[in-house]
Design a protein around this ligand. Structure first.
Ligand code: ZN
Length: 387
């Protein structure tokens, strides 16, 4: 790429990403539940409701608002006073910091708190609830949901950069449904606003604007899993698509952690039936030791008697913690001795936590699990913008 082209690329890249950073993100929340009625209350800040873009209602401090579905619209009530029926509702925060609580009534769910605002509309007989939230507030919520409250600052920084990279890379994933990302593991777990650890808020602020790009300066697919079991998978082993930065890595940081190993006992008759169903030939002369499958290093295929199948299919069919297992026969059972938890591609969360605790910084951690990547500071790119 010539310098001028590179320059233009940097400028466009900066404008695109910086624009997204200063924007809100629309996150479909409680998407696993079909919510028909919920209560909204204010924890901090000031709010107003706009119904169908025409009716504006100020929410008084300490008031409790009920939203419920009625045919094809949403009914708003303040205590028991009817306020109106609308097809599209926006609940907007007007103060510098705005925090609200949602308590689902039908079905009955635990109350949750979120930052910023809401967008509501009917969807297949239920209320579609969207948290319209500042991107950095969303990132803090995801870091807390994904990493819990007991991690180190350096790990939270790592998770924040991965979360931001993922959010921007997948910004249009749920566009057809009227939002950007969902709050479930399908996108990234986002249970509520970050509230249990100041370290998380600090880590998000410290890494503000940092994202991971590959050698072509595109945002990477920043996949992660719980524990690699001592070796990560390259992307093609699991998803059949090669990515220059998702390469297999020997990862001793993931050893001796809670999710480093697992075992599962499967009756031999069940295993034989399964193999036959998947086209394996089991000769009458087969010996016990023929069932022993050894995987000292990550493999893509399970092999038996000259036939093979994808380990990821076995993982899915038997709901195994990982594809990284060896087998041995014990009596009438096959024992699966497994390592790791999750698909194994990209960053191992428990390995990264171990790295952070033993003094590695977020740059070292990210570059250990993702190969040939750059952690780009958007502010540094301002130089090119000013040219
Ligand atoms: Zn999703």
């Amino acid at each position: 790429m010539k310098f001028k082209q590179l320059l233009i690329f940097f400028v466009l890249f900066y404008i695109l990403i910086d624009g997204a950073l200063s924007q809100n993100i629309k996150v479909g929340i409680l998407t696993n539940h079909n919510i028909k009625s919920f209560i909204f209350s204010t924890n901090a800040g000031r709010y107003q409701i706009t119904g169908d873009s025409t009716h504006t209602i100020a929410i008084k401090k300490n008031s409790v608002i009920n939203f419920s579905i009625t045919d094809t619209s949403i009914t708003i009530k303040d205590l028991n006073n009817f306020i109106g029926n609308f097809k599209y509702i926006e609940v907007k925060g007007l103060a510098k910091e705005n925090i609200f609580e949602i308590q689902s009534i039908t079905p009955k769910l635990k109350a949750k708190t979120y930052n910023d605002g809401l967008v509501l509309f009917p969807s297949n007989g239920f209320i579609r609830i969207i948290n319209k939230v500042d991107l950095e507030n969303y990132i803090a919520g995801v870091v807390e949901s994904e990493a819990g409250s007991n991690s180190s600052l350096e790990y939270y920084k790592t998770q924040a950069i991965i979360t931001r990279t993922y959010a921007l890379k997948n910004f249009h994933r749920h566009e057809d449904e009227g939002f950007n990302l969902c709050s479930e593991v399908h996108c990234q777990a986002y249970h509520n606003r970050a509230h249990i650890s100041d370290k998380i808020v600090k880590a998000v602020k410290f890494t503000r604007g940092l994202i991971i790009v590959d050698t072509t300066l595109n945002l990477i697919t920043a996949t992660f899993h719980s524990n690699s079991g001592g070796q990560t998978c390259s992307s093609e082993m699991v998803w059949l698509t090669q990515k220059s930065y998702l390469k297999t890595v020997v990862d001793t940081f993931s050893l001796s952690k809670t999710n480093s190993t697992w075992t599962k006992k499967i009756p031999l008759w069940k295993w034989k039936t399964y193999l036959k169903q998947n086209g394996f030939v089991i000769p009458a002369t087969v010996k016990a030791k023929d069932y022993e499958f050894n995987q000292p290093n990550r493999k893509m295929f399970y092999t038996f008697n000259g036939d093979s199948m994808l380990l990821k299919s076995i993982r899915a069919d038997f709901k195994l913690r990982s594809t990284f297992f060896s087998t041995k026969l014990e009596g009438n059972n096959l024992i699966l001795n497994g390592k790791g938890y999750g698909h194994g591609v990209g960053l191992s969360q428990q390995g990264a936590m171990e790295m952070a605790e033993t003094g590695y910084n977020y740059r070292k951690i990210i570059k250990f699990y993702y190969k040939n990547v750059f952690i780009v500071s958007l502010r540094a790119l301002e130089f090119f913008k000013d040219e």
